[in-house]
Structure formats: C-alpha cells, structure tokens
Design a protein around this ligand. Structure first.
Ligand code: SD4
Length: 344
C-alpha cells in the first residue's frame, strides 16, 4: 500500500511537470532581468496593494534606481567620459500603446518616474538631456548631483589608464592608446567591433508586469555604459528595443550591448513573434538569433511573457555570459523565484 502511495506521488509529480513546464502560466506576473530580487518584490507589492501594471513596473524600476542595482541602474554608476552619470529609462502601457521615456537624463535620480511623467503629462514619447532635467524639475522631481565616490573613482582610474576602454574609432590620436580630444582620421578602416560588454558593466533592469485582467506594461532603467561618449543613448529608452508591451500579444525587455541591440528592435520582434503564436522562450530565442547573425559576439539577453503569463528568456553565449538569471513572481509563488536560462 505504501509502495502504491509512493508510485502515485511520483506519477502525480511527473504529470504536473508535463502540464506545468518551466514558465508555467499564472497571473498576475512580474518578471525582470537579472537577480534584482528587491525590485521584483517592490513591483509585486504594488500589484498586490491594488496598483496598476504601470505602478508595478515603476515601483520595481524605481527600487533598483534607489538601490543602485549592481551599479548599473540609478545614480553613482557608469560615469561617462566626463565623469557624469546620466540615466535612460522608459515605460510602456500595453493597453494604450503609450510610451514615456527619458534619455541622457542628468541630475535626477528617479528616471523611471520622469519617464512616466513624460507619458502622462505630455504628448511626447522621449525627452533627452538637460531639457529632460528641466521637464523633470517642472514636474516636481529634485535635481541633485548623481556623482558618488565610487563613480568618481571609476572615472579617475580610467583617466589614469589612458582612457581605456573607450568607444572611439577611426580617430587621431589613436584612441586605443591615448585620451582625446580626437579628430576624425582622413581614411577609415573597418574594425571588428570591440567587445565592450561584460557582466560587470551591463545590468539594466527590464521589467514586465501583467495583472489578472490581462493588462500588460513594460519598462527599463539604466545608467548605460561606463565611459560612454557624452550624449550617448542606449537601447533601454527606445520603444521596441529596450522594452515593448502590447496587451493583445505580450511583452519583452532586453539588456546588454545597447549600441548593437537597438539596431534590431529585439523587444518588438519578440512581441510580434508571440502575436504570431510563438511561445515566449522561442520568441526570445529568435530575437537573440537575429542579432547573432550579424554580431555573433554581442553581449545581450531578453525576457519575454505572453498574455496568458507564460514566460521565457534567452541570451547570447559569450565569455562572461553563459547563463542568464532573471526573477519571476506570479500567483504560483508570491516570493520571487530566481530563474536561469542557458545561453546559446
Ligand atoms: C545600454 N542596454 O545602455 C544598456 C546597458 C545594459 O545590461 O543593458 N546593460 O546599452
């Protein structure tokens, strides 16, 4: 009898794994890039306390901005060539297809909050630079220095190391050896793109939230790339690249080498594939494959979720990224689950 009981339990577990494979659908759902658990918790509590999916995405990304997740989100990280930290963020409403975004935002800590203000208080989609700061101040955000001892230190070490690495090419003096200012070289040579990315310099938060009513939102927040050329904007605030959400199809959010990834709109592509019936893991994989075809060594990953709450992720296998970690909370487990996917 005991043996029969054991067999029954084994059979039940086996059946459950067939019916509920990894990524099993359950709503509501919060999913975000990297193991930023506190961000997942913040987004989930926003949903649980009656907030909308936009509230959840805003709360989750704001949490990372405050916590300076991995130094790659929020103030005091990724100083540019002048030593300044600037922020990119976006938020998208999958019901209305409204987007609010800021890029190269200076002196304001809560970039995702400003992105939401762009969406809710203007007819624009993306505000940039010092003008975005002025907009933020008019909306009640406080302007303050985003520099910390840590970012100052990263900056001064970089100066001491002859400004290596940097993002210049085809310039004089030789940017692989010395600091600027640089001037264009008369003759240009094609160089394979340098491998700028690694797990330490890239950790944008990208987040998707879906509620019980099937409303979807997605968002991102980052301080971009360390030592970027001032004025550089990454993929994170670009709709369809950093994130995309359509409550009729699904949502996706990307992380990685934004200068390459934004050329392929991977989040848009993944959502369109889910609209056509692809499951989230396959959609994520196809979006990564599209980029790989041209930049086999790019650093990047993407998370995808469809309207029923199935989710998946994919990443490009490069040294330093063989497995990608992301967080999931849904009604199956209200404490965040750390998930991982093997890169390919
Ligand atoms: C950027 N995509 O600015 C961002 C950086 C990043 O994971 O995602 N890191 O290019």
């Amino acid at each position: 009898m005991r043996r029969q009981g054991k067999m029954f339990v084994s059979l039940l577990i086996y059946t459950l794994t067939l019916v509920f494979p990894a990524g099993y659908a359950s709503l509501p759902l919060v999913i975000n890039t990297w193991p930023f658990k506190d961000a997942t918790v913040a987004a989930w509590s926003a949903l649980q306390s009656g907030g909308s999916v936009l509230d959840a995405v805003e709360a989750g990304c704001a949490r990372c901005e405050m916590d300076q997740c991995d130094g790659s989100v929020g103030y005091g990280g990724s100083p540019d060539e002048r030593g300044e930290t600037t922020l990119d963020a976006m938020i998208m409403n999958g019901d209305t297809m409204e987007v609010g975004a800021v890029a190269d935002l200076r002196r304001i800590k809560n970039a995702i909050g400003v992105a939401r203000a762009v969406m809710e208080h203007t007819d624009h989609t993306l505000l940039v630079g010092q003008s975005a700061t002025m907009f933020a101040e008019s909306m009640g955000f406080i302007a303050e220095d985003l520099t910390t001892n840590k970012s100052l230190n990263i900056f001064s070490e970089w100066l001491k190391g002859n400004c290596q690495p940097n993002y210049w090419k085809n310039v004089n003096p030789d940017s692989s050896k010395t600091c600027g200012p640089y001037r264009p070289k008369a003759t240009q040579t094609w160089n394979k793109r340098a491998q700028h990315a690694n797990t330490h310099s890239h950790d944008t938060i990208g987040m998707i939230a879906i509620d019980n009513g099937g409303h979807l939102a997605a968002g991102t927040s980052t301080n971009g790339l360390t030592h970027k050329i001032p004025g550089r904007v990454g993929d994170s605030p670009i709709a369809g690249s950093g994130a995309y959400a359509d409550s009729l199809a699904g949502a996706a959010a990307a992380t990685g080498d934004g200068d390459v990834m934004m050329r392929f709109l991977p989040s848009y592509l993944a959502v369109e594939l889910m609209r056509a019936g692809a499951d989230p893991s396959a959609a994520c994989k196809s979006a990564i494959s599209r980029i790989k075809r041209h930049y086999s060594e790019f650093f990047g990953a993407i998370i995808c979720a469809n309207t029923t709450g199935h989710y998946g992720a994919a990443c490009n296998k490069v040294p330093g990224l063989t497995q990608f970690h992301y967080m999931v909370t849904n009604s199956e487990s209200s404490t965040p689950m750390l998930k991982s996917v093997d890169c390919f």
